[in-house]
Design a protein around this ligand. Structure first.
Ligand code: FES
Length: 160
């Protein structure tokens, strides 16, 4: 075999190996970046939803957000977020004078989500809540057994 053909063949093989190596490297980098991006999405503020500004809050009472499945319980100087999804089969609850009522099968819940009448047999879960730049944010995917009360600053400025 002539020397020139051997050299061309070697050069061709080197290019193929280099191209393969680069492809594998970029694929690995892309996979790592995808993992980081997905992990960041899980822990980012993407799951927090802004419901209302502090100025729009009642001075006291229950402020329902049926489309988000959340009710804000507002007291003079604090606020908490309660689920509006029935713990029986997940129907959306109505706010009534005594607490919450499920139109699907008649379960009744007290003003803090405690079960008064079944068929539901578990209290309503609470959600994480925060105030940022004057807006009330709720993370409805995370469910808690106890309320998370946060302080309100009635001058319109929130705490992070
Ligand atoms: S879904 Fe609420 S009582 Fe059945």
């Amino acid at each position: 075999m002539p020397t020139e053909t051997k050299t061309e063949r070697r050069s061709f093989l080197k290019r193929i190996l280099l191209l393969g190596g680069l492809t594998i490297s970029w694929g690995g980098i892309a996979a790592i970046l995808a993992d980081v991006w997905l992990a960041a999405g899980l822990f980012s503020s993407a799951h927090w939803r802004s419901l209302v500004t502090q100025e729009e809050l009642l001075s006291e009472g229950v402020l329902p957000f049926p489309e988000q499945g959340v009710a804000l319980l507002v007291q003079k100087d604090r606020i908490a977020a309660l689920s509006l999804e029935c713990t029986h089969l997940g129907c959306r609850l109505n706010v009534v004078d005594e607490g919450f009522f499920c139109p699907c099968h008649g379960s009744e819940f007290g003003p803090r989500g405690e079960v008064y009448t079944g068929p539901a047999n578990r209290s309503l879960p609470w959600h994480d809540i925060k105030i940022n730049r004057g807006k009330i944010w709720v993370q409805s995917e995370a469910q808690q057994d106890a309320p998370i009360w946060i302080a309100l600053e009635r001058n319109g400025r929130g705490t992070a």
